[in-house]
Structures are given as structure tokens and as C-alpha cells.
Design a protein around this ligand. Structure first.
Ligand SMILES: O=C(O)CCC(=O)C(=O)O
Ligand SMILES: [Fe+2]
Length: 258
């Protein structure tokens, strides 16, 4: 059983306005245009869902440029050093930039609804309905460090298949927002997912978001209906080689890290 009540899934009663991102009076994203029931259906089928643009091209440029402001980050990882791939990523420090915070807070409640449905299917503990309560739950188990990150791949860059687990408390969904325009700013660099099914061969899934679009996907596993009820299917994600140009992604992970 879930230990938390989850607010109803937004979008079930309100019509989705336009299929493009809007900004509030502070220039921060507002995500009222997302068709959550459609995204949930996609997540339940594939474990991966592609959103309409979450950020405008201007907001994408704004976030991309943050990569070169070292003061915004708590740590930088050179992927080749750990054999994670080729490229680098930086974890944002507190206080998170307003735009990153806005995405994290606004994407969380509908995803918590999905997470709680998945948890109930798998007999796992549930999650709070508000992101601030998830952050508090993380802190209570020693996970204090923010996990949103910016990734940069140059020509030849890639990201090996992995899972973003940073402690015992793992929120099961995450979002990656593409900040560049494919085939203009870079070529190659597809988003790659591999679903490892029980007692079966693995399924590859490839997505090519446009600039500003987000990919929502399972962090480690998700429920899939089987003959004996629900079983866990593992998902790993990565990025194929960038053939030319530079590719940037904003990674929004909801649990904090140890
Ligand atoms: O660059 C990508 O598309 C993958 C980013 C990633 O691994 C993440 O957001 O956790
Ligand atoms: Fe990742």
C-alpha cells in the first residue's frame, strides 16, 4: 500500500492548451500543455515517453550556457575517466537555477501519480505527492546532494547504458530535456534504452527528441503485466555516438544523492 495520497492526474479534466511550452511572468516554464494520460499510456507501453517541448529554444540556450559557469555546479564528471562513455557532465549545486527548480517541481506531481501506480502494482512503498516532501524524505536517509545535471558531448561523445540510482531512496521516473536541435547542432547522439525482460531477450528502444522535448523514462525498473500478475522489467539508458557538433542535455532526476 502507498504511504502517501497522490493528487489526481492533471490533464484528465483540463484540456491541453497549445502544444508548445509557455513561460510565466518570470520567464519560467509552465507545463500545462502536457497530455499526461497520453504520456502515461506511452510509459506503460514502452517505459519511455516523449513530451512536447518543455522549454523554448531561448530557454534551451539559457540552460546550455550554464555549462560554462562553474559556480553553478557541485561536481563535474569526465566520463572517460570512469569508462562511463565520452563527454562530461556537471551536477548542479544548491540553490538550483530557478528554471531547473521549476521543471523539477512541476514535473514531479503527475510523475508521483505514475510512480504510485507502479509501486502499488509491484508492492513497493509509495512516494509523496509534492517534490519538497520527496526532498525531505531523501534528506532523512542521508541523501542531501542535488542530482539535476547538465551533460555535454562533443564529436565522438557517447554515454554507456546506465541507471541513475544514488542511494536507497529512488524515485522511479526521470526526465531528460534535449537542449540542441538535432541535425543542425549535432548529428548522431540518439537516446537509447534497453529493456531487460525477465526470461527473454532485451528490447532496444531509440528516441530522437527535438530541441526542448523531454524524454520521461523509468530510472531502474517498471511493472509489466505477466501471466502471474506484475513483474519488474529493468531499463537502462544511454546515448549513441555523436557524429558531429555538440549535444547538451538537462537531466532532471527527482531523488537526491548520498
Ligand atoms: O544525454 C542523454 O540523453 C542522457 C542523459 C542522462 O543520462 C540522464 O539524463 O540521466
Ligand atoms: Fe542518466
Amino acid at each position: 500500500m502507498n504511504a502517501y495520497d497522490t493528487p489526481p492526474l492533471p490533464g484528465l479534466t483540463e484540456p491541453a492548451p497549445a502544444d508548445r511550452p509557455a513561460a510565466d511572468s518570470n520567464g519560467l516554464p509552465t507545463l500545462r500543455h502536457l497530455d499526461w494520460p497520453a504520456l502515461v499510456a506511452e510509459l506503460d507501453t514502452d517505459g519511455v515517453a516523449l513530451t512536447p517541448p518543455l522549454l523554448t529554444p531561448e530557454q534551451c540556450a539559457q540552460v546550455r550556457e550554464m555549462f560554462d559557469e562553474p559556480g553553478l555546479f557541485r561536481s563535474t564528471v569526465t566520463m572517460a575517466r570512469h569508462r562511463f562513455g565520452e563527454g562530461s557532465y556537471r551536477y548542479f549545486a544548491h540553490p538550483l537555477p530557478e528554471l531547473v527548480l521549476a521543471l523539477r517541481r512541476q514535473l514531479y506531481p503527475p510523475l508521483a501519480h505514475v510512480a504510485n501506480t507502479w509501486a502499488a502494482r509491484l508492492g513497493e512503498p509509495g512516494f509523496p505527492g509534492l517534490h519538497e516532501d520527496l526532498v525531505a524524505a531523501c534528506a532523512a536517509v542521508g541523501q542531501h546532494r542535488p542530482t539535476p545535471l547538465l551533460l555535454r558531448y562533443e564529436q565522438g561523445g557517447y554515454n554507456c547504458l546506465h541507471q541513475d540510482v544514488y542511494g536507497d531512496l529512488t524515485f522511479p521516473l526521470q526526465v531528460a530535456v534535449l537542449l540542441d536541435e538535432p541535425d543542425r547542432d549535432f548529428t548522431g547522439g540518439e537516446s537509447v534504452f534497453v529493456e531487460q525482460r525477465p526470461r527473454a531477450q532485451s528490447r532496444p528502444i531509440v528516441r530522437r527528441p527535438e530541441q526542448g522535448q523531454g524524454l520521461v523514462f523509468a530510472v531502474h525498473h517498471r511493472p509489466v503485466r505477466s501471466a502471474r500478475g506484475w513483474s519488474r522489467v529493468m531499463l537502462r539508458h544511454g546515448v549513441s555516438t555523436v557524429h558531429s557538433g555538440r549535444r547538451h542535455v538537462l537531466g532532471v532526476i527527482f531523488h537526491d544523492a548520498r
